[in-house]
Design a protein around this ligand. Sequence first.
Ligand code: NDP
Length: 320
Amino acid sequence: MSEEKKIILVTGGSGLVGSAIKEVVEKDKNSQEEWHFISSKDGDLSVKADTIRIFENYKPTHVIHLAAMVGGLFHNMAHNLDFFRTNFLINDNVLHTAFETGVEKVISCLSTCIFPDKTKYPIDETMIHNGPPHDTNFGYSYAKRMIDIINRGYYEQYGKKYTAVIPCNVFGPHDNFHLQNSHVIPGFIHKFYNAKMSGSNEITILGTGKPLRQFIYSFDLAKLIIWVLRNYNDVEPIILSVDEKDEVSISRVATLVAQAMEFHGSIKFDIKAADGQLKKTATNRKLRSLMKEKFEFTPLPVAIKETVTWFNNNYQKIRK
Ligand code: NDP
């Protein structure tokens, strides 16, 4: 007997993660899946009426919910209230409209940066609510944590299996390369590009360069989210991260971006600027134990090089 066809709605489908999922499913077509990728042009998901209209239009059976107000450390620090309110409204509208329209499965997106500031390492899926998040991004963090509360509620009251994935830092083509409001890798790529173009032989990075982070290439994350859609049926969230041994310092990332951009000047660190959390090491043990095949992550230098090539080839039309 053939399975029912899945109609999959991807919110935030024009962003970094959404575009990567789109590229992966276009290469790996499945006749039992019909995919729709939407952006803010289809409607504002922080507005309930727009959300209802979108769900009535696509009639999804499954939702991958990526849409969010997203930004780097300095953007978060200056706009914690906006990050909380906008993301909370988007998440409640999407999850409740999914529930009201009978959507079978919703996969929302948390982040390893929403975990408690003071915690044991490595971080795992059970620790989300074990203490306050770092002060720098409390708005974004609490809005994301509420997704887990809402998912638990829909399961306990209505038996709905809505879940969430927890990626580490993501980067790749279609990222936001804005110099102030971006995450660390796209921000560095743009900064090093400007330095190279202006013929500068010195660049200054904010912070000490010492914090450690795990970075996942958007195409690797896309493949793992598709695996979750097809194979993971729990309500508890699942961490989608590179291995613990692949954690790198910000200064190493700066060196890799400089090499990929062929910037040969010196890199200085402004140690008076904020560093954010010193590390957020997460374990992908649960993912590794559930996936039958051994997933190979793209090596960081390769993924950074590909992203820099994409940035150089698309400079005129990228988000910056
Ligand atoms: P992007 O900023 O690249 O994309 C955001 C997407 O959300 C865009 O498609 C945007 O549409 C859409 N969007 C934003 N606001 C609204 C709104 N009010 N109504 C409708 N659509 C909206 O995000 P990413 O791809 O980086 O992130 C995807 C998910 O992954 C997010 O939930 C994020 O929190 C999470 N995440 C991201 C990480 C990262 O390092 N980037 C790390 C861990 C988790 P438009 O293009 O039209 O503006």
